[in-house]
Design a protein around this ligand. Sequence first.
Ligand SMILES: *[C@@H]1O[C@H](CO)[C@@H](O)[C@H](O)[C@H]1NC(C)=O
Ligand SMILES: *[C@@H]1O[C@H](CO)[C@@H](O)[C@H](O)[C@H]1NC(C)=O
Ligand SMILES: *[C@@H]1O[C@H](CO)[C@@H](O)[C@H](O)[C@H]1NC(C)=O
Ligand SMILES: *[C@@H]1O[C@H](CO)[C@@H](O)[C@H](O)[C@H]1NC(C)=O
Length: 267
Amino acid sequence: MFHQHISSLFIVFYLYRWNGAAFEVRVPEKQVVAVHRSPAILGCTFTPPPTLQDTVVTWQTVADQRVLHSFYYGTDQLDRQSPEYKNRTSLYHKQLLSGNASLRLEGAGPRDTGKYLCSVSTSQGTDKAELQLSYAAFFTEPQLSILAHDSTYTLQYESEGYPEPEVRWTDALGKNLTHSTQVLQSDENPNLLKLLTYVVADTVKNLSWTLIVVNHPLGQVIERPVRLFYDDQRDHVDCSRERLALLCPVAFCVIGLIILFWGRTKC
Ligand SMILES: *[C@@H]1O[C@H](CO)[C@@H](O)[C@H](O)[C@H]1NC(C)=O
Ligand SMILES: *[C@@H]1O[C@H](CO)[C@@H](O)[C@H](O)[C@H]1NC(C)=O
Ligand SMILES: *[C@@H]1O[C@H](CO)[C@@H](O)[C@H](O)[C@H]1NC(C)=O
Ligand SMILES: *[C@@H]1O[C@H](CO)[C@@H](O)[C@H](O)[C@H]1NC(C)=O
């Protein structure tokens, strides 16, 4: 008798749990990449509430529970918002009633990288879900500089983006070349890195080399071929100069003879 009660209690409990699990908070993407100068959308959905009056939405950092944004009593509540998120966050208010608690985050940079927690509670239950935010910036068009020395050239490309990319230089046959690459903090923008990469061409001959920059989080691949031609026609120019030097005296003689002949016929 007692055992029967216990088991029916368990059944009731599990049914309750099962019903309770119907309230759910989910993140459609566990990994979100915030792109430089574009607003990032931290997606989060929950079981649509009957009303927004008892709906509480909170976005926080997982590591130290800093508040990015919170919403309750039917409106944004930002007095506990961490100062670094001021003016940078917003919810899609019109979509809250249909269960969309996604957060729009603007001005993302490297320091926003981390885990974020979306917590929602309504009259139907409480749940939370977390996602990982990372940050990336497309690399800008690489600027080429060529430094000519006596018998070598230094080819240098400069570009800005984030994070540190994979950099390769290949020759005409696709073989990897040794290169020097530096990644520094950008002077203009704290959210960007400055890439400086260079190779040295140590012989005076034709070359066809390619710089390859791969920005993995964004799937960005930049390939910039450089061709340097050694002008071996220079010898021919010298040769024709020599020919000119030979031709001139001949021409003078001919002209001289003509003048002479002219003078004679006049007399
Ligand atoms: C937020 O925006 C308001 C109004 O545009 C502005 O007065 C305030 O200085 C901004 N705060 C920050 C921290 O940017
Ligand atoms: C929630 O709203 C955001 C912003 O409008 C949108 O990008 C996203 O697709 C919405 N999610 C769902 C599940 O409707
Ligand atoms: C060149 O180096 C990259 C890694 O930096 C490697 O993945 C690739 O296989 C190398 N290619 C050749 C032809 O050695
Ligand atoms: C280098 O390129 C120039 C121009 O295309 C060509 O005339 C010359 O023959 C090439 N030299 C060598 C060594 O390949």
